[in-house]
Design a protein around this ligand. Sequence first.
Ligand code: NAI
Length: 213
Amino acid sequence: MSEKEISLAVIKRLPRYYRYLGELMEKDVVRISSKELSEKMQVTASQIRQDLNNFGGFGQQGYGYNVEHLYTEIGKILGLDKRYNIIIIGAGNLGQALANYTDFEKRGFILKGIFDVNPILIGLSIRGTEIRLMGELEEFIKSNNIDIAVLTIPKHNAPKVAADLVNWGVHAFWNFAPCDLNLPKDIIVENVHLSESIMRLSYDLKTLKEQPN
Ligand code: NAI
């Protein structure tokens, strides 16, 4: 089966497999059965087998999975064996917090630039990356081969900024602004709406409290 035919539900589970396998590697675990992995991850062993069979099944009967091999293969499927140049638009609380997070680089996401409209921030450096004015952005994108733009700006500005970025050649967005960007179909957008996530938590907590003891 080609990767294109694999359901989105399976693809969405892969980062979690990847994280668990990474933890096993840190503990020098060489191999693991689907049963052991299922106990750790709290999903059924058959779900794990089904998911991984989509990619040709990396396991061997009676052996289980070679942790490092599976980790590497899932990493390749997720494209984590590649490097991506990223920029952050909006150097406020969230933009600076993301710029300070070193783990993205370990996964191949290389921070090339940080941009803002606020002149007070210009010239400040976050872990060696200078904050620049938006006026420099078009030229910067063209000369730095930018793959992904991270949007950490207010929602009323995000759609216009995103549309400009598309015109200048950016094809993928990690959007933290709580709005829909409505970009052309060939543009990839991964929305991270933290407020929606906390609303789901609120619902679960409310439901729990409403249950009879
Ligand atoms: P903030 O106000 O600290 O930072 C926003 C930054 O964007 C400012 O430095 C501002 O000068 C800059 N900016 C405004 N318009 C711009 C434009 N057109 N081009 C470039 N830069 C521009 O806000 P914060 O807290 O960092 O939030 C950023 C976005 O992320 C907002 O849309 C917010 O709703 C969202 N968000 C923030 C969370 C948080 O925990 N701080 C959580 C979830 C979402």
